[in-house]
Design a protein around this ligand. Sequence first.
Ligand SMILES: CC(C)[C@H](C(=O)O)[C@@H](O)C(=O)O
Ligand code: SF4
Length: 470
Amino acid sequence: MGKTLAEKVWDEHVVRSADGEPDLLYIDLHLIHEVTSPQAFDGLRLAGRTVRRPDLTLATEDHNVPTLNWDKPIKDPVSRAQINALRANCEEFGIRLHPLGDVEQGIVHVVGPQLGLTQPGMTIVCGDSHTATHGAFGAIAHGIGTSEVEHVLATQTLSSSRPKTCAVTVTGELAEGVTAKDLILYLITQVGTGAGMGYIVEYRGEAIRKLSMEGRMTVCNMSIEWGAKAGLVAPDETTFEFLKGKPHAPRGADWDAALEHWKTYYTDEDAVFDKEIVIDASEVTPWVTWGTNPGQGAPLGGTVPRPADFDDQIERTAAENALAYMGLAGGETLKEIPVDHVFIGSCTNGRLDDLRAAAEVLKGHRVADGVTMIVVPGSARVRLEAEAEGLHEVFIAAGAQWRGAGCSMCLGMNDDKLDGPVRTASTSNRNFEGRQGDGVRTHLVSVPVAAATAVRGTLSSPADLASVLA
Ligand SMILES: CC(C)[C@H](C(=O)O)[C@@H](O)C(=O)O
Ligand code: SF4
């Protein structure tokens, strides 16, 4: 019997396998950031260990960094301590770090791909739940806990039970104006936030093949939001084109050899998945969450559901609680819901393509009165590339704030936190209670929807801007 893509990659990395025990896997790339690494380094120190492969380990500063005055000393004492600990640990253990001010500094899941470090067929881990982003290149990539970070630092291996495999086949094509973000939000609404538990998911089918690498990263990024251990896409010409010429991509004869090998990473015709989900791309429309988990979503063109719409008692209670937190009754027309803030950024939607899409919508428009909009590039390189194209001028002219790179308002671990019962439209991946600050009500949306919402002041799609004077 043939193998799935995930099985091929897994099998190539097994160092030791024994009946009834987890496999020991070799790890090709270990990414670290300031939040989940300090105790791991403490553990190494206590045990008198070194880092086994500093050359396969890369650190960046992302969660705790300020996006204003990022060239000045960090004011917040907690954030400063986190960043200083990372710097000291990287220095002591000989790990390459991209600190604030470095062109490669940025969100760990933006930095790996932009450097060409993320490649097909690799195993990639990071003490961060959105590591599946790297699966877009046909890698097995997933989050690990801090004790596992220590284990990987010390041994470059990870003890891991072989997950089951799941295929999400997206047939047909996404309609004009419908993005990868809408697709993944739609999927999670359909299957629920627990459907992927215990699985490595392969996203496949026509609509996935047509996505750019950025779109594939957006989809894979949110794999954890429906419980999957990892999400991946088989590499193809789009992948190879993206990687070619990137700083760490192979060159010359090495490139040819790599390419030949990368082309073996696909699911064999006769391979069998443990679970299959089929989605019709033509049913996906611009999507928005109304609740407090990424599966509580609805078409932007519709209304907020009422608790009574849910047959399942657990879902009904969850909807009641979510609506109460969100300050909604149910039944509201989504496009009439006013927002206070708009956040464009995060490892889901903070890449150059996303900023281009935002600028395209904002060009010639103004952010609505009473709305604050921040645009946060996923990395310093993305910021520079955006500025070279003049995108920042579009944002500033529209009245948005143009910031430095980092996780920013995706989660309240830095200065970019909001306070109180304010409402945001956010291109990030989590709308949990308190995620963007105490009491903050988050609606997850795509980049074009976020930009259009900033202009109209209520949840909107770019098509709605026709009626707004430029
Ligand atoms: C801080 C970090 C451990 C966390 C994660 O694992 O995902 C963060 O990145 C998040 O998005 O909530
Ligand atoms: S941008 Fe958000 S989701 Fe991504 S790593 Fe940072 S905090 Fe986590």
